[in-house]
Structure formats: C-alpha cells, structure tokens
Design a protein around this ligand. Structure first.
Ligand SMILES: [Zn+2]
Ligand SMILES: [Zn+2]
Length: 450
C-alpha cells in the first residue's frame, strides 16, 4: 500500500489527535502519476480558484514542464502568465527573485502555480502569503521534504531567514518526470529522508530530557515513511517508478507531519542543524551550494555514529561534580560563538536558552540524564541503527555522502559538528554529548568512522 493512501482522509480536514490537540491539514490534493499536469484544470475548477494565474518557474523547469502546463491549462479556459526566473548560475530565494515575481504579478490574478522544487517553492509560497492568493505546486524532483511546508527560508540581506508563510492547496507531480530527475536531486531526497533516523531520535531525547511533547500521529507518519523509503533503497537507486513514488510520497508525508505539529521537530534534528551550519559557511565563502538533502545525508552519517557511540556509555562514568567544575563559562562560550558564527554571532547568542548556563539547571539535567540512562536513554540510543547498516542503505541507493565525495573539508565537518547545536535551542544528541563533556572527544572518533 502506498504511504500516502494511509493519510488521504486527513487532507483538507481537522481531527482530534491522541496527543490532545486538534490538527488541521489544509493541503487538499496530492497527485503523483503519469501525465499529472492533466489534473491541474480539474483541481483549479473544483477549488473555484478563478481563471487567471501566475506560473513561477526557472529556465529549466519552464522547458521541462512549465510551457506544457501553460498550454494544457489554457486549453481549459485559464489564462496563465509565466514568470521565468533567470538568475545565473542558479536562482536564489532572495530580494531579486521576489521583486521579479512581484513585477510580473497583477492584482487581478487569482492563483499561483510553482513549477520546480526547493527554491521555486519557497519563493512562490512567500508571494502567495503576501498577496493572499492560493498556490499549487507542480513538483519536478523528489529532492526535499519542503513541498508541504508552511515556512519559506529566504536569503534577505545575505542572511537566511525563515518566514512563516502558507501551505499549498495541491501538490502535483508527474512520475515519469520524477524518475528522470537528475541523480543528485533524487539522492538528495533520499538523504533528507535518511536524516529522519536521527531527527526522530532527537525529538525523543527532547521529550525525555526537555519536557517536549510527543505527537504519536506525526511520529508514526515520519517513521513509516522513512522505513518504506529505506526498504526501497535499491529501487530508488535504479530509478524504478515504485521506488521514486515512495520517495516522493515520503517527502510529502514528512512535510505533512511538520504541518500537524506546527514545527519541524519530527523531521529535522541535529543532522539538519549540521547541514544548516555547512550551508551557512558555504554561503559566507560564496561557494557553489550543495543540495539540502545531500548535506543532511552527510550529516546523518555522523549523527548516527554519535548515537552508536553514546549507546555504549557506562552511566557510572558520569562524574557530575567533575563536569560541574570543568563546564566552560557563558563568557567563554560567547567568545567561541563569535569566532564560529562571525556576523550572525549575536543572533545565535540571543536565540540560545540562557538557562543552559545556570549551574543549578545543569546539575539537575545531569542527574536527570544519569537517572534515566538505563530506563529511557539507553533503549533510545540503542534503537538507532548501526552506522554500517546506514552505509549499506546508501550503497543500495548508489549514494555517496562522504565529505570526500562531496568535496567538503574535514575541518569544516569538525567545526559543524561542534557548533551545529547552537543553531537551534533544541535538545539533540549533540547537546547530550556536550552535557556529558564528551562532544569534542566523540567528534574525533566519529570522523574516523565515517
Ligand atoms: Zn530537510
Ligand atoms: Zn497529534
């Protein structure tokens, strides 16, 4: 059975969940099939979206799908104006692109269609939110789990900021097009899903040690989607339609899980924080960016290895008085952050929880860790698969996410592992290792294992 079919009833509805909250899935339609563009006119009609739309694409996606979609939709009496983003070498989600779309947009337009993957969607979603016009997505590659997202990460004044935006009304994808997407985009999608191995475990850590709340529905959605994709690693590597269909569905389901809880916790943990750190450094150094899921796949190798390492730790060796004595001070920490984050250091310092530097709070947490080790933490840490197994999945999918293969220097990986935890004030495996005073030592170890 397909991953999506289990969740179809949720689309466009609200329901009460075991977690005690009411969830709403405003996304109404998901269609992944051959000749999927033919589904666009009936959806526009059923949703009464009006007759005039702006299609946002780039040179590639215009040739790949945009032109044909515009013709198909026009045949049914819709008037579509194309906004083809032309920035070179790649379109960035920045002020320039936003301005171009707004210049093409006319107040009499009724809806937007995004034709593309990551950046095109982030931009269209933002414009949809700001103009109040609904949008649908025609996805061209199974490369990331942001299709169902309700936030847009944009590059404003050269820095990445996340804007709360709006959900798409429909996600439509042509399976033949997804299967013939560039290999690095398909593998990036696989990497983004692989990252759920540790994002789910990190969420559990937050529940055990930082009073976070579990939503079993969101957790099960991400978990089952991840397991399905892993079981189809070979088919994905060989671009078989069943494998690619599962991958695309898993990416959408993972986005819906985030939609349910209203944040990215179920599908983004330490592996994403490491990816964000590498992305930030690449941006500062004006290097050619790597795909999001590729970096997540790389980072997952290290976060999995760190889980494996901590699983064999003996809680008797947690020396609380010694850890209290050797903990660096807040001032020392600020100095380190300034060095690592440069121009955005103050933002990082402000976003961190000052409580972490309170001695009594730290001591309580250490006791908590020690007390819960055998009952809660060890079972969780041991539930994360062994690094060798993850490497085998990657081999089956024909993916190579090692830093050597991606051209990432070892010192950047080391730096990312050390500082990624500061990017979000959430409890993750990186923070657990840091609380136990073994992060630096374990980084050296896991680097040699990957
Ligand atoms: Zn992701
Ligand atoms: Zn729930």
């Amino acid at each position: 059975m397909s991953i999506l079919s289990s969740y179809k009833d949720m689309f466009g509805s609200s329901f009460y969940c075991e977690c005690g909250r009411q969830h709403t899935v405003p996304l109404k339609h998901v269609v992944i099939k051959q000749n999927a563009e033919k589904e666009i006119p009936p959806i526009l009609g059923r949703e009464n979206l009006g007759k005039r739309g702006l299609m946002v694409c780039d040179d590639n996606t215009w040739e790949l799908a945009g032109r044909h979609i515009a013709q198909t939709v026009s045949y049914y009496g819709y008037s579509i104006k194309a906004c083809i983003l032309t920035q070179k070498p790649i379109v960035k989600p920045d002020e320039k692109a936003i301005t171009q779309i707004l210049l093409e947009f006319e107040p009499s337009m009724d809806f937007l269609i995004a034709v593309g993957s990551g950046t095109i969607n982030d931009l269209t979603r933002f414009i949809s939110h700001r103009t109040g016009k609904p949008y649908i997505v025609f996805a061209t590659a199974p490369s990331m789990d942001g299709y169902a997202s309700t936030v847009s990460p944009l590059l404003i004044n050269g820095f990445k900021r996340t804007y709360i935006t709006v959900h798409p009304l429909a996600i439509i994808a042509d399976i033949d097009m997804l299967c013939s997407a560039p290999a690095d985009m398909i593998l990036a999608g696989f990497g983004d899903i692989l990252g759920k191995v540790t994002s789910l475990a990190d969420w559990q850590l937050g529940i055990i040690l930082a009073q976070e709340r579990l939503c079993p529905t969101a957790k099960n959605m991400v978990k089952s989607a991840m397991e399905e994709v892993i079981s189809r690693a070979s088919e994905i590597g060989q671009r078989e339609p069943e494998g690619i269909q599962s991958l695309m569905e898993a990416l959408i389901v993972s986005g819906i899980a985030m939609m349910l809880v209203g944040n990215s916790r179920p599908a983004s943990g330490s592996e994403h924080h490491i990816s964000h750190y590498i992305e930030m450094k690449y941006f500062m150094e004006e290097r050619q960016p790597l795909l999001h899921g590729t970096k997540v796949g790389l980072a997952a190798l290290y976060t999995v290895a760190l889980y494996n390492q901590l699983a064999s730790l003996d809680p008797e060796n947690i020396d609380i008085p010694q850890l209290m004595r050797t903990r660096i001070s807040y001032e020392e920490w600020c100095q380190k952050i300034k060095k690592a984050f440069g121009p955005i250091a103050q933002e990082v310092i402000d976003s961190n929880n000052r409580q972490n530097w309170d001695a009594a709070f730290y001591e309580r947490r250490l006791h908590d860790i020690k007390e819960k080790w055998e009952t809660h933490l060890k079972p969780l840490l041991s539930s994360v698969p062994q690094l060798d197994m993850v490497k085998e999945w990657l081999h089956k999918a024909r993916a190579n996410f090692t830093p050597q293969a991606l051209g990432i220097e070892q010192n950047l990986v080391e730096e990312a592992l050390l500082y990624a935890k500061e990017i979000r004030p959430l409890y993750t495996i990186l923070r657990l290792a840091d609380d136990l005073g073994i992060l630096e030592e374990k980084i050296k170890k896991i680097i040699s294992l990957v």
